[in-house]
Design a protein around this ligand. Structure first.
Ligand code: TYD
Ligand code: MG
Length: 456
């Protein structure tokens, strides 16, 4: 008789989830000390040929019925827009963000809208009691009909309760507070996070019910450490914004079923998060005319054009290494722009502190914001305002050339809509349609040309 397979165990790091076959004092992956814990694994026997049954059958792509994938629509909402047109059945959506930014509020509002569409929702909260949730629901004007609450941190129990209810949507708030009884580790540990997310993924796929999980972002800016959950889930959304301003941006970071980098803009008010109809107007609301060191950049986030104000301030620095501070754009981008301005245009920034800020807590990643930033810096340095009614867009290369950028038509249309009359654009990019009435196109090949066109 063959000897029964020996029980095997692995050692799992509690910090990063790295597995190793023997115990070590220090995790080879994340270098943390004393973080490896032994965990038993089921011994798997290799299948003998006669045992090997085709458990899963391949299916020809042409035979797949995509109609089963009808999405759960939340009509006209910003959430829908970011997801690219509704929640796909059986998908796992991760909603991340800083604590207190409004994740639970947004998820509750989405849940209420799903209930209005005659589907029930199970809201599992490991953080709040049903009474606390009720108070929030009253604030956001949710009736709560069809919305079932479960204050539970044991995920196995929660999934057991979800079965008979057969909800149209399952919400887990937050993934850091739930645990599965199959592991000895505490809730929130890396191993629990991964197991619970995997279990939810499995549940979502087998029951074809979409699941939204809420995740707090750690100080490092990742959801629960080393971007662990992002690989597992189908969709990753981040709710961002300045805690001290009422604007919130919902940003798609990963989406297996649609475009990423779509954004939704909300304003946190006394009755929850309200979608902002015209974000450009909102971001320019407090702009003090055509001031010194301020430009307007028609940015494009996903498919949506957004007019944002870029401010710059240059002041003589008392330091031998003057400071460069960027808020809302990449710090290294600012270094590049100041270098190009000094070298190609002779702007003497070497003894100046340079501060750049994108108003409204927005973060713009596209290089098309280079030209507006550079113009704002020059305007502040020379203490001259830009010509009135000006918007500018373009990427700046190291030799001071202005490079083309995509979506020019959308940027132009948005600028024209808000009454801008002059538009500096890269000479190499031509809008596919003619410019909207009332706006003059000012093509520029180099940064020097753009500065001449822009400064009064
Ligand atoms: P919450 O959704 O609890 O944040 P998270 O789940 O991301 O931790 O929202 C918390 C903040 O939102 C809190 O400071 C109160 C504020 N808030 C409003 O301003 N208006 C509202 O209608 C609601 C429900 C919350
Ligand atoms: Mg919350």
């Amino acid at each position: 008789m063959p000897a029964p397979p020996r029980p095997r165990s692995v050692f799992v790091c509690q910090e990063c989830g790295q597995e190793s076959l023997r115990w070590q004092g220090r995790c080879p992956e994340c270098q943390s000390w004393n973080s490896l814990v032994e965990r038993a694994v089921m011994a798997t026997r290799p299948l003998r040929p006669q045992e090997a049954q085709p458990a899963s059958t391949p299916i020809e792509l042409a035979q797949v019925d995509a109609r089963q994938q009808e999405r759960l629509r939340i009509d006209g909402s910003e959430f829908d827009r970011v997801l690219g047109g509704g929640i796909v059945p059986g998908s796992l959506v991760l909603m991340g963000g800083d604590p207190g930014i409004g994740k639970s509020t947004l998820v509750l509002q989405v849940a209420e809208q799903v209930c209005r569409a005659q589907r029930s929702v199970l809201y599992v909260s490991g953080e709040e009691s049903p009474q606390q949730l009720k108070l929030r629901a009253e604030r956001v004007g949710a009736t709560g009909r069809g919305l079932f609450l479960l204050s539970e941190t044991n995920l196995d129990e929660a999934l057991r309760a979800a079965g008979p209810l057969n909800p149209g949507l399952l919400v887990v708030d937050s993934i850091q507070t739930v645990f599965t009884g199959q592991l000895p580790n505490p809730a929130g540990s890396i191993v629990q996070l991964r197991e619970c997310t995997m279990a939810l993924m499995q549940w979502a796929k087998t029951s074809a019910v979409p699941v939204i999980i809420v995740g707090h972002v750690t100080k490092e800016g990742d959801i629960a450490g080393p971007r662990l959950l992002e690989h597992i889930v189908d969709v990753v959304l981040y709710l961002e914004g300045d805690r001290f301003s009422s604007y919130r941006l919902l940003r798609g970071v990963k989406n297996r079923f649609g475009a990423v980098s779509e954004i939704g803009v909300f304003e946190m008010g006394s009755s929850g998060l309200l979608p902002v109809e015209n974000p450009s107007e909102m971001f320019l609301a407090e702009r003090a005319g055509d001031g010194v060191g301020s430009t307007v950049a028609p940015a494009v986030e996903g498919t949506r054009p957004l007019l944002v104000e870029v401010q710059a301030l240059t002041t003589p620095s008392p330091l031998s290494m003057p400071r460069r501070m960027a808020q809302g754009i990449d710090q290294s981008r600012l270094l590049l722009l100041t270098a190009v301005l000094s070298k190609r245009l002779g702007v003497a920034l070497a003894s100046q502190d340079v501060l750049v800020n994108v108003v409204g807590g927005l973060r713009i990643q596209e290089p098309a914001i280079d030209l507006p930033v550079a113009l704002a810096i020059v305007s502040s340095f020379r203490d001259k305002p830009l010509v009135p009614g000006l918007a500018a867009v373009g990427e700046i290369g190291l030799s001071g050339e202005i490079r083309s950028c995509p979506h020019l038509d959308r940027r132009l249309a948005e600028a024209a809509k808000l009454g801008f009359r002059r538009f500096i654009l890269p000479a190499s990019s031509k809008p596919s349609t003619c410019a909207p009435a009332g706006i003059t196109l000012l093509p520029a090949r180099t940064l020097g040309e753009a500065v001449q066109l822009a400064l009064q």
